[in-house]
Design a protein around this ligand. Structure first.
Ligand SMILES: [Fe+2]
Ligand SMILES: [Fe+2]
Length: 186
């Protein structure tokens, strides 16, 4: 498996762990308790930045190559980029809901839970679809030369200049979240 693909799978595992941590905090909130706001804020920040900075640009390039080689497989998967845009919108709505929650202490009618649920469910479904259909199709179809080209495109893109320092910072943030979450969740 090409390194880009293993990175994508690893990033999914990392995001899934953060979604679990987020879900635990939402359960505390649902149960009438006080969630760990610092932890929630770190999770929101992570999801506002990480997917669009490093994960989606890679997937979009891989998907473009897949569409070139196997338009039928790509059509069955759907429009990955549109999903990413929709996900970014849901993330921003969830982040706004969280800001309001911080300001007001509560949102009427379980609105915050609703926004969190929509975001969590969409991202989980999206990652599941990618792991069942998109990533295996890319692994089957793309050649070694394709992966080299994708790596070169990433290196040349504006986004790539942000990737390394951003990645280190976001990796550190993710580890902090999981440490805090483990301490708080047990
Ligand atoms: Fe994706
Ligand atoms: Fe993904």
């Amino acid at each position: 498996m090409d390194q880009i693909l293993s990175e994508l799978y690893e990033e999914h595992r990392n995001m899934a762990a953060l979604l679990d941590a987020l879900e635990r905090q939402i359960a505390v909130h649902d149960g009438g308790g006080t969630p760990d706001y610092e932890l929630l804020e770190a999770i929101v920040d992570y999801f506002l930045e990480f997917p669009d900075h490093t994960h989606h640009p890679k997937e979009d390039l891989v998907f473009a190559k897949l569409r070139l080689h196997d338009p039928e497989a790509a059509a069955e998967i759907g429009d990955l980029h549109t999903d990413h845009v929709e996900l970014a919108g849901l993330t921003r709505e969830f982040a706004t809901g969280f800001d309001r929650l911080l300001e007001a202490g509560a949102l009427p009618g379980g609105w915050f839970d609703h926004l969190a649920r929509e975001f969590i469910d969409f991202l989980r479904r999206h990652m599941q679809m990618e792991e069942q259909r998109f990533l295996p199709a890319a692994e089957r179809t793309l050649t070694k030369a394709d992966w080299v080209e994708i790596r070169a495109d990433l290196t040349l893109s504006d986004i790539a200049t942000l990737i390394d320092p951003e990645r280190r910072r976001l990796d550190a943030l993710r580890k902090d979240i999981l440490t805090l979450s483990d301490d708080g969740g047990r």
